[in-house]
Write a protein that binds this ligand. Structure first.
Ligand SMILES: O=C(O)CCC(=O)C(=O)O
Ligand SMILES: [Fe+2]
Length: 182
């Protein structure tokens, strides 16, 4: 969804996010490889009013109330996160907002769409992945991905990857997720 967050909010949002410490993450992310720094935010987001407003705005979708928010920063370069599925425990939708910078986001051909194999047999960071569709994310874009439980589907998670920051710059993204109630 291009322009989900209006341009005039993006700079104040970036300032809001810059107040915390990003932490470098392990390069190995399950079976994929990542090159990111990140931190987590928690409801009711007392020091992040714009994040709270965006999280609330996402509740238009039935049963969607994301309470996990990760702030990601990707260095400029080729690898952001290589092909992966998001964890199964996150339900209904994953919503990723580009706040600053841009990247190449790709849907990757899934050798096991019926989910017959364990995911470690499917995801292999060292194997070149055939790309189904690729686009550039730019500031304000919101990307929605199916998670288990979406529209009654048991598991329609797409295999996907994201590059590092394009054009020699870093990219900052906010990723919203919802865990099923225990
Ligand atoms: O940076 C993004 O837009 C998406 C990141 C992603 O795929 C993930 O955190 O699992
Ligand atoms: Fe992901």
């Amino acid at each position: 969804m291009p322009g989900y967050v209006p341009e005039e909010l993006l700079h104040p949002l970036l300032v809001e996010l810059a107040a915390a410490e990003f932490e470098p993450q392990e390069r190995d992310y399950g079976r994929s490889i990542q090159n990111i720094e990140s931190y987590e935010l928690h409801p009711p987001f007392p020091r992040h009013p714009i994040v709270r407003a965006i999280a609330e705005s996402l509740q238009w979708f039935e049963d969607y109330d994301p309470e996990h928010v990760s702030v990601h920063r990707y260095a400029a370069g080729e690898v952001g996160i290589t092909p992966h599925y998001d964890l199964k425990k996150y339900r209904v939708l994953i919503a990723a907002l580009t706040v600053h910078g841009s990247a190449e986001f790709s849907l990757v051909e899934d050798p096991d769409p019926k989910r017959k194999l364990p995911s470690h047999k499917v995801v292999n960071a060292r194997r070149a992945a055939p790309i189904i569709r690729s686009w550039e994310t730019t500031p304000g874009d919101l990307m929605l991905m199916r998670a288990p439980g979406f529209a009654g589907m048991e598991d329609g998670r797409p295999l996907h990857q994201v590059s590092g920051g394009n054009a020699g710059g870093s990219r900052t993204a906010l990723v919203f997720r919802m865990e099923a109630p225990a």
